[in-house]
Ligand binder design. Structure first.
Ligand code: G6P
Length: 758
């Protein structure tokens, strides 16, 4: 590496100045100390001779005086001594001490003031020190004795320190340059090479950012930049490939272009309860995370492609600090692409709307999972009020937007479509129901079924995952409401408003990026995973769920247990990992379920464990998508055994992650996903023996068959990805002709809460 001249000069200059200042300070201190020492010595010497000199003066003995000053001839650093009479005339001087004629000022001062006096001066250009002591007897001043020191040595520290400082400067600069060369040069060269590879699209083995701690923040940013670059390149390549193949596969770019064409300037709005990014406080810092939610997984790519506005409940404890006063911010936090508007609910609102009506009422009502729905009047009031609150925020966001396009999400907002359409008939509103719709008898349990249905029918389009859910919905409407259901076109006409009901099987993004890991990254992930498992099992099974009673987790664990009973040879060879994100933990049923899962895992482990091997590993915390990926990539079989599920995106995420074409999928026939993924091992999750057999079949299946199945499933998910879901949903919505012009005029107030609102 060639360091620039400027860097070297500034380094050199900086170090030299500091080092010189330091040397100057040291030299001054040393000189001061030496001068004080000379003064002290001079005083001691003069005092030691004071009495003898006084006697000699009293006696007027010139010989004694000369003998006295002669003693000082060979003293170290001492130039000599002299005795003066009371007028300051020299009476005796050490031979060789070439004093100038006259009285030295220090002597004159000592005689005048009758006290010791000293000074540093130059004697024939030589630096000298003189100390004079007055000599007196019986109160009479007789003269003075003066001692002279050669103080040339006092200047020596200046030179010594100047030289040391020069040497120090050279040494520090030299060492710094070497350190810079070794510690920065190599990683910088590495980074340059990495960037060059990226730019030229050369995915060589060196394609890794530098790992040094110093470079970590830079490497993180550069990695993001690189991912964007790779994504852009991959998207361009994919587009080119598709153009070439004249295929109609949906990609993020195609969705963006299609949406621009279809929306014709209309803006896209999404409303959901769960927000895509939650900010939380950790010590003194604020971090963000993506909550575990199939809805978020699916909707995020759509908002990214459409630069829309997503309205959702604020659930993070640092959500306030990270948004403006209206709760707005751009997300994703590390790469902003669309707007999030957060809505705050009070504790009571959240309890009634979210935990109560939505999750203790509608959720079990729509999932046939044998948990009784609970409907309370006060929960309904909150549900109604919160739908109104979100409608007001949405209307505020849509203000000034012509013919906005609104995607309402899920069972939390059944009343929202009607509330919005009443105020903005020009808006195109769709509601997508992410969970199953049961048959009319089951739905009839709900005391507010009419209100829910009427609220939903405010939408121009209602989407479900599969046709069976559409049929159940239309049958329910047919039985409950005054309306005309057109079974040929799957529409409902209620009071002149037309609603189309269609299946849109939701999916995940599949763009060929982000799912692969570099070879050494995979190796590191594998090592960490096996460390967590306490060793490398021969086979691994995996379950990934929110801990929810619809997911069939205890049933799955019993299936694993049965597998070991039927196939004991797999003991110590097969480990089942259950990743379980705690969910809706304020609801008792969910607390009970968490305890049940923990107990089941413990019971099975107690019964079957040997040595360090445990048949079941239960990881009960939320894992980010990035944390789950290594598991997806590593395991032999993934078990999705929901008792009932609208779609289930874990199954599809697993397939997307298996770029290696390996791994088998066991899938409940009660998931929406099983309608598309015929190559999974489809099971009845209540049938413990069937589950055990399916695990065995997955582990013993010939490798070619496993790969062929996985490749076919990948083709299905790639084709039916989330971009297609969004493209079809939005395409269908914008194709709907809005009502007659007069229908646009009335701006009615929001309907009041109450059981008779329908
Ligand atoms: C299902 C629902 C989503 C919900 C998700 C997570 O996928 O359809 O609406 O967001 O579960 O549940 P939570 O209650 O944590 O949002």
């Amino acid at each position: 590496m060639h360091l620039s001249r400027q860097l070297m000069l500034s380094l050199f200059g900086g170090v030299a100045v500091v080092s010189m200042l330091f040397a100057l300070y040291q030299a001054t201190t040393d000189m001061h100390a030496m001068r004080t020492e000379v003064q002290r010595q001079a005083m001691v010497l003069a005092e030691s001779q004071q009495r003898a000199a006084t006697q000699a003066l009293q006696q007027g003995s010139a010989a004694e005086m000369q003998a006295l000053v002669n003693q000082f001839r060979n003293h170290q650093r001492m130039a000599g001594a002299a005795i003066y009479d009371a007028k300051g005339q020299p009476l005796a001087i050490t031979p060789g001490l070439a004093l100038q004629p006259g009285t030295p000022p220090a002597v004159a001062k000592a005689i005048r003031e009758a006290r010791a006096s000293d000074e540093f001066f130059r004697l024939n250009t030589e630096p000298m020190h003189i100390l004079a002591l007055p000599l007196s007897a019986d109160g009479r001043l007789l003269g003075a004795i003066a001692v002279f020191h050669d103080v040339a040595f006092v200047a020596a520290p200046v030179w010594r320190h100047a030289l040391t400082s020069g040497a120090q400067t050279l040494l520090i600069v030299g060492i710094t340059l070497l350190i810079v060369h070794w510690s920065l040069g190599k990683p910088l060269r590495h980074m340059a090479q990495w960037l060059r590879d990226l730019r030229t699209g050369n995915a060589s083995a060196s394609g890794q950012p530098p790992r040094e701690a110093l470079f970590r923040p830079l490497a993180t940013e550069m990695t993001r930049l690189a991912t964007t670059l790779q994504d852009a390149r991959a998207a361009a390549e994919e587009e080119a490939r598709l153009r070439n193949a004249a295929s109609a596969r949906w990609t993020a770019d195609r969705l963006r272009i299609a949406m621009q064409a279809k929306l014709k300037g209309s803006r896209l709005f999404a409303v959901s309860n769960r927000e895509p990014y939650e900010h939380s406080r950790q010590g003194n810092s604020i971090t963000w995370s993506v909550p575990p939610s199939g809805l978020v997984t699916a909707l995020e790519p759509v908002l990214r492609a459409g630069d829309g506005t997503w309205i959702a409940q604020a659930t993070g404890d640092a959500d306030k600090e990270t948004a403006d006063e209206l709760g707005r911010l751009r997300v994703p936090p590390d790469h902003p692409q669309y707007k999030l508007r957060r809505v705050w609910l009070s504790k009571e609102e959240e309890a009634g709307f979210y935990f109560g009506f939505a999750n203790e009422g509608i959720w079990p009502l729509c999932h046939i999972a044998h948990t009784r729905p609970v409907f309370r009047g006060e929960d309904w009031e909150h549900y109604h009020a919160v739908n109104g609150k979100f409608a007001a925020v949405l209307l505020d966001e849509m203000n000034g937007e012509d013919e906005p396009v609104v995607l309402v999400q899920d069972y939390h907002f059944a009343l929202l479509p009607r509330l919005v359409k009443q105020r903005r008939p020009d808006a195109r509103v769709a509601i997508f129901w992410h969970i199953p719709w049961p048959n009319p008898e089951a739905f009839g349990i709900c005391p507010w079924q009419r209100e829910l249905l009427d609220g939903m029918l405010g939408a121009d389009l209602i989407g479900f995952h599969i046709q069976a859910h559409c049929n159940n919905f239309l049958e329910t409407v047919d039985r409950v409401l005054e309306s005309r259901v057109d079974w040929a076109h799957f529409t409902v006409n209620r009071n002149g408003g037309l609603t189309t009901v269609r299946p849109f099987p939701i999916s995940v993004a599949f763009n060929g990026n982000g799912e692969t890991a570099a070879a050494d990254e995979s190796a590191a992930e594998r090592t960490a995973l096996y460390r967590e498992l306490g060793g490398k099992p021969q086979f691994i099974g995996l379950g990934v769920d929110r801990v929810d009673y619809t997911k069939g987790i205890p049933e799955r664990l019993r299936g694993v247990e049965r597998f070991f009973e039927l196939y004991p040879a797999y003991r110590e060879k097969f480990t089942f990992i259950q990743i379980g994100a705690p969910s809706r933990t304020h609801i008792k049923r969910y607390q009970d379920l968490m305890a049940e899962v923990e107990e089941e895992a413990e019971r099975i482990n107690r019964r079957l464990r040997t040595g360090a091997w445990r048949p079941v590993v239960f990881l009960n915390r939320h894992h980010s998508h990035a944390e789950i990926l290594p598991y997806y990539r590593e395991v032999d079989v993934c078990l999705v055994t929901s008792l009932h599920d609208g779609m289930n995106l874990v199954a599809k995420e697993f397939i997307v992650a298996r770029k290696d074409g390996q791994g088998a999928l066991i899938l409940s026939r009660f998931t929406g996903a099983s309608h598309e993924l015929a190559d999974a091992l489809v099971v009845n999750p209540y049938d413990t023996d069937e589950l055990a057999q399916a695990i065995h079949a997955a582990l013993t299946m010939p490798a070619e068959e496993r790969e062929a199945r996985m490749l076919r499933m990948r083709a299905v998910v790639q084709e039916n990805n989330v971009y297609r879901w969004a493209g079809n949903l939005i395409g269908e919505l914008v194709a709907i002709r809005l009502g007659r012009p007069e229908a646009r005029r009335p701006r009615q107030p929001l309907a009041p809460a109450g059981k008779g609102a329908a």
